[in-house]
Design a protein around this ligand. Sequence first.
Ligand code: ADP
Length: 353
Amino acid sequence: MSAGVLELDRISKQYRKVTAVTGLDLELADGEMLALVGPSGCGKSTALRLVAGLEAPDSGRIRIGRELVAGDGAWRSAERRRVGIVFQDHALFPHLTVAGNVAFGLDGWAAARRRERVATVLDLVELGELSARYPHELSGGEQQRVALARALAPEPALVLLDEPFSNLDRNLRAQIRTETVAILRSTGTAAVFVTHDQAEALATGDRVGVMRDGRIEQVGPPEEVFHAPANRFVATFMGEADFLPARVSGAELVTEAGSVPTPTGLDGHTDVEVMVRPHEVTLRAAESGPARVVGAEFQGAFVLYTVVLASGRTVRSLQPHTAAFTSGTPLVAELAHGHRPAILAGDESVAVH
Ligand code: ADP
């Protein structure tokens, strides 16, 4: 992939004794949307602030649009980085109208051109009608769109969004997220979203970067980080995961809930585990079944069952609400991956299919 818009090369940042980011490498292609996800405190915001120029790295290099903006003695201030930022709290100026907020970053522009640009981006976010309102006269979703318009107005090379949806009502979030992605795509602007919500990361990113302790553990398309996690942390952080011990038997890896194909490249590992997500476990009621339902969590359209296997180990199984297994039901639980499953040896993935 060409490092078109952004390149982080071994970036580190420490606050006194806290290592916020360490040896971070990242590349972003033109027009690409990257979701940076990880638990609280893993360094997501620091990474964004380093790209924005709100912090300086202790070591490493940052390039934006192939231009060195930090490292090797170079330093470009935030205003000169061609980066737009959308903060979690929107950070709109309360004493400025919608149009005034959007015009804020267009200081050096001639008045007529600035007016035209403000009108264009307000149309883009469908807020043309509200241009004379003040932030307190807007809904949360509208404020978010003003923040996006303000970030896009100076035609940045890159937009950074720090938990942009987390202050919005739950039922509005998905809609506003879809709108935001559509607006960014229509302008062809590359973006980095920061979120602690794995579902949001999977839904928004062309690629997802999973962070832990200041490092990126894995970066790849959503399907890859979900189905082929690099290690146990990514596997459990990106979705519910159970792990079943497996024994190599020729072309098959045998678990107590059925077999999966043996991947190549096991390199003599015999002590491996198969990652199983709840939607990959089928349940079949059977009098002689060695498994039992021990828990059920009603989720509306689906029910998440906890099933204890013959060994005493538990797996979870996601079933449509029509399945209705009562507690204690004897059954057979079987793996149904539908794709090559992830195989772990220790905490690392070993599956090379
Ligand atoms: P995230 O965005 O993933 O929650 P942050 O980048 O905000 O993580 O923080 C990473 C680590 O750096 C945390 O341990 C946090 O406490 C620390 N940190 C962040 N900003 C500062 C700061 N200005 N001063 C001291 N420590 C900080």
